[in-house]
Design a binder for this molecule. Structure first.
Ligand code: ATP
Length: 230
């Protein structure tokens, strides 16, 4: 139906509990239209990470639905979903392999030009180039050479490389120095630019830049609107 055409992500009356009898989300509805950037905010324990877990399909909703362009999340196979939706996590996993392989994880066929372009947009290129073996440096979860902030930049580079239509970002809360913080913010701006985005927001600047701010409290949306409206 017409209703779905300009709608990128729709979370519709979603209820969810991890444990029977202890509902965490009590009918959450969030509508992200194409080209919009929507910020989800709320106090600790309000359910933000739970919304993220559902979007990642780590769990299924109890009732209600989540759709992308009108297609239920459950109808996507996981590979297709990973190509449609770019997810930037707070603490992304590194895989055993070179830095280049880690960046092109979403598209192993990607050539070095695309890897470097993604790294540049994610503000991590200069750091990689400063390593003796550059993009060929071997990394793994055990052999982690990245700071928390640099890991986020790696996650952003990975996402930029796959050029997804829809972005879901979990902004890091981890303590990073102000220089890395500025790099993350600029990289976030680069990745969000021109894409439909849904961001679990912790930074004031992200919230101010959002087309709409959605406020979650105790598993319910209590307010939404632009920064001026709220
Ligand atoms: P924060 O800002 O601190 O990350 P949040 O808004 O992301 O908080 P959630 O992590 O979604 O909040 O937690 C919402 C509620 O769900 C909390 O009451 C939490 O205890 C509960 N919860 C989270 N994960 C689980 C789980 N795996 N099993 C059971 N309960 C959980």
């Amino acid at each position: 139906p017409i209703d779905h055409i300009d709608r990128a992500l729709k979370i519709d009356d979603v209820r969810f509990s991890y444990l029977p009898g202890k509902e965490i989300l009590h009918g959450v509805t969030i509508d992200v239209k194409k080209g919009q950037m929507v910020a989800l905010v709320g106090p600790t324990g309000s359910g933000k990470t739970t919304v993220m877990n559902l979007l990642n399909r780590f769990y299924d909703v109890d009732s209600g639905s989540i759709t992308i362009d009108g297609t239920d999340l459950r109808e996507f196979d996981l590979a297709q979903l990973r190509h449609t939706v770019g997810i930037v996590l707070q603490d992304p996993q590194l895989f055993t392999g070179t830095i280049a392989d880690n960046i092109r994880f979403g598209d192993p066929e990607a050539g070095m030009d695309r890897v470097i372009d993604a790294a540049k947009q994610a503000n991590i290129h200069d750091f990689i180039e400063s390593l003796p073996e550059g993009y060929e440096t071997k990394v793994s979860d055990e052999q982690n050479i990245f700071s928390a902030g640099q890991k986020q930049l790696m996650s952003i580079a990975r996402t930029i490389l796959t050029d997804p239509r829809l972005l879901i970002l979990d902004e890091a809360t981890s303590n990073v120095d102000t220089v890395t913080e500025a790099k993350i913010q600029a990289a976030m701006d680069n990745v969000i630019q021109g894409r439909t985005s849904f961001v679990i927001a912790h930074r004031l600047k992200t919230i101010l830049n959002a087309d709409r701010i959605v406020v979650l409290q105790h598993g319910r949306i209590i307010e939404q609107g632009s920064h001026q409206e709220l």
